[in-house]
Design a protein around this ligand. Sequence first.
Ligand SMILES: Cc1cc2nc3c(=O)[nH]c(=O)nc-3n(C[C@H](O)[C@H](O)[C@H](O)COP(=O)(O)O)c2cc1C
Length: 215
Amino acid sequence: MTVSNSSVKSSAYLEAVKYRRTVYGVNDDVSVSDDRIIEIVNEVIQTLPSSWNMQSTRILVTLGKEHKRFWDAVIAAAKPFFLEKQGGEGWKRNENRFKSFQAAYGTISVFEDHSAIEKLHERFSHFPITVFEGFAEHSNAMHQITLWTALELEGLGASLQHSHFVPGVEDSIKSTFSIPSTWSIKAQIIFGGLSGEMPTVPGKESVSTTVKVYK
Ligand SMILES: Cc1cc2nc3c(=O)[nH]c(=O)nc-3n(C[C@H](O)[C@H](O)[C@H](O)COP(=O)(O)O)c2cc1C
């Protein structure tokens, strides 16, 4: 079916897509209400697509003091790893990075519930489960980019992080926030008040290299 009555035109959508940037060094002084942030999260998760509508994405929203507690949990779990692998200086560098995230206002953690993937796989068990795990990742990433963009259109700055790769960090986040065992964390979107201008677009390969068109 063709939808002809959307009030949003593609140029407005692409303008929004082009506005999003990786913004570091954000602060915890935000003018957007918690209710609006939660509304954005709810709208995104109620709208975004997934393979056969399996809906494997899950979201943890931590705001204000809960955001600070989130990064306390990351820092406590990451410290022994960095001290062992990189020594005191390596830890200092990483601690400073984590503290800069903690200085923000909120973290939206995007998870995937493996039980939703298993449920879909039961319907199509003639294919390997890795096929559906791949689709779940794609859908998860769609949620990430949509949330990231929407937050920045509210006037906030945000970045996409993967601090859970440090051994022990995912378990620490899960136990701190009573996350079900079937959920695994995929990314953290850290956001807060902008302290400067939005960064400029980084250099991109020419479309003659990255796009092929036949017409
Ligand atoms: C899949 C993916 C993973 C990323 N992981 C991280 C990350 O762990 N830490 C980080 O600081 N930036 C991360 N980034 C941000 C990229 O470095 C950034 O998007 C890229 O340099 C382009 O800049 P832009 O976001 O301003 O367009 C990630 C981006 C993508 C798409």
